[in-house]
Write a protein that binds this ligand. Structure first.
Ligand SMILES: [Cu+2]
Length: 489
């Protein structure tokens, strides 16, 4: 279980106990601390990937693929600069890998099947080892096929030596979409006529004013209600609800606060196919980190968080009561995922208040200001990349669908610019492995490219040789072609 999750059902506790009996302990004491030859402490963890069952709400079992029997997988929490050694044991019926999303690990540790390693075969194990740096809020997850959408993900927190913010306590909120059955590729969903049940999340032409199509700007009207209805024949997985920390809104996890405290929330989105609009009723959010990297604090009413993105925010607890923290899907009309912010001293039966209409400040990540931006410079190499689809079930970059693609060739030391143009009607959270990039004022590893001619440029320095995946983090888009290799020559 996650250390900072307040609610813990008896069932989940029993599972944790069962894992203990198998020699796998979850929760805090399961890390072994040693010392590496480099002098930095070594922290050892074990992740066992296996089929299992959890409850997504009281009395609602969910047969899933899990790390250590938990959803989300156990929180891996280390200090900046420590050596991280994770033994992954595969007890699944098929091959798997683990990707350390956002951390610029050495290429061989990146966990991309066919690119950086062969999948770990059933019954086998693989040891991942790398230095935990830089500090930040990250996600670990399977990178094989659609396995992420079976439940194979968890939080990975690298604590700062000296945070640029102060706070009294912190909580991690992991957002997800809930797929009761095994995931199917888009083509299969289309051929069965399935996958449109939860709202298509389409955006038709004429739905956006020109002011909303600026450099990555997303306004509240752009993807609000009224966008529903089939307008483009997209296929989405048949999700049955949305989760925070593995719980449906009917059994929302609760987080305790005291008046006057400053709360750090680490928001992680490992969902398979859902971008969320996140807000806390009765409170504003001060964004302090984007994809784990510190930014100048910036106050908003709500934020968009795409698949693969992370934001750390501060919430000033100055409005006593019981409040919902809500993550509303941007491309569907499903009810929001919910958690509860409960001030101590409030009556146990007090019903939480909802967020209601979100007004005021909106933002795009590119408007944030990184504390340590890249030095400016002209790119040595520029790639123009058009994000589009050949059909509702095949997604492309410059008309090519992975794996029938040409690698994007770069040389060590170069400054590379990607100029992305979205000629489709869906959001694409584009993720580059092994590197951070500068997008506007922010330093990130995943960025939402808005639909309908949205354009986003980013620069990165080719300073981590290898074969790296660059792809849409909507894993259905990734699986149906929206991916490329960035290869050092
Ligand atoms: Cu996409």
């Amino acid at each position: 279980m996650m250390r900072d999750t307040v609610t813990l059902s008896r069932r989940r506790f029993l599972q944790a106990a069962a894992l203990g009996a198998m020699g796998l302990r979850s929760g805090s004491p399961w890390a072994q601390v040693g010392s590496s030859s480099l002098g930095a402490p070594t922290r050892r963890f074990r992740l066992m990937a296996a089929e299992g069952e959890v409850e997504v709400a009281s009395g609602q079992p969910y047969k899933a693929w899990l790390y250590n029997g938990e959803l989300p997988g156990p929180a891996i929490r280390v200090k900046e600069g420590e050596r991280l050694v994770v033994t992954v044991e595969n007890r699944l019926p098929s091959g798997t890998t683990v990707h350390w999303h956002g951390i610029p690990v050495p290429n061989a540790m990146d966990g991309v099947p066919g690119l950086t390693q062969e999948p770990i075969a059933p019954g086998e194990r693989f040891i991942y080892e790398f230095t935990a740096a830089p500090a930040g809020s990250y996600i670990y997850h399977s990178h094989v096929g659609l396995q992420l959408d079976r439940g194979l993900y968890g939080p990975l927190i690298i604590e700062e030596k000296t945070p640029h913010i102060s706070y009294d306590r912190e909580y991690t909120l992991v957002l997800d979409d809930y797929l009761p059955g095994p995931p199917s590729p888009l083509e299969e969903l289309a051929s069965r006529g399935e996958g449109t049940g939860m709202g298509p999340g389409m955006m038709g032409p004429g739905m956006m004013g020109p002011g909303m199509m600026g450099p990555g700007m997303m306004g509240p009207g752009m993807m609000g209600p009224g966008m529903h209805g089939m307008m483009g024949g997209f296929i989405v997985p048949p999700y049955a609800g949305l989760l925070i920390n593995g719980r449906l809104p009917s059994d929302a996890p609760a987080f305790e606060v005291r008046q006057g405290e400053r709360i750090r929330l680490r928001l992680l989105n490992p969902a398979g196919a859902t971008t969320f609009h996140f807000a806390v009723a009765g409170h504003r959010l001060t964004i302090t980190h984007a994809d784990g990297q510190p930014v100048e604090p910036s106050e908003v009413d709500a934020l968009f968080i795409g698949m693969g993105e992370r934001y750390d925010v501060l919430v000033q607890a100055s409005n006593p009561g019981v409040w919902f923290m809500e993550a509303t899907p941007v491309e569907s009309n499903s009810p929001p995922a919910r958690a509860v912010l409960r001030y101590s001293g409030t009556k146990a039966k007090t019903a939480p208040e909802s967020v209601g209409p979100i007004g005021g400040l909106q933002f795009h990540s590119a408007y944030l200001r990184a504390l340590s931006p890249f030095s400016s410079g002209t790119p040595d190499r520029v790639f123009d990349l058009i994000l589009s689809g050949r059909s509702a079930t095949q997604w492309t970059l410059n008309g090519q669908a992975w794996p029938d693609t040409e690698p994007l060739l770069v040389r060590s030391g170069e400054r590379i610019r990607f100029r992305m143009s979205n000629r489709s009607l869906m959001l694409h959270p584009m993720h580059l492995h092994g590197h951070f990039f500068q997008v506007g004022g922010a330093v990130k590893d995943t960025v939402l490219v808005p639909p309908h001619m949205g354009q986003v440029d980013f620069d990165f320095i080719a300073d981590n040789p290898g074969r790296w995946f660059f792809h849409c983090h909507n894993i259905y888009h990734m699986e149906s072609g929206m991916a490329r290799e960035v290869r050092y020559v």
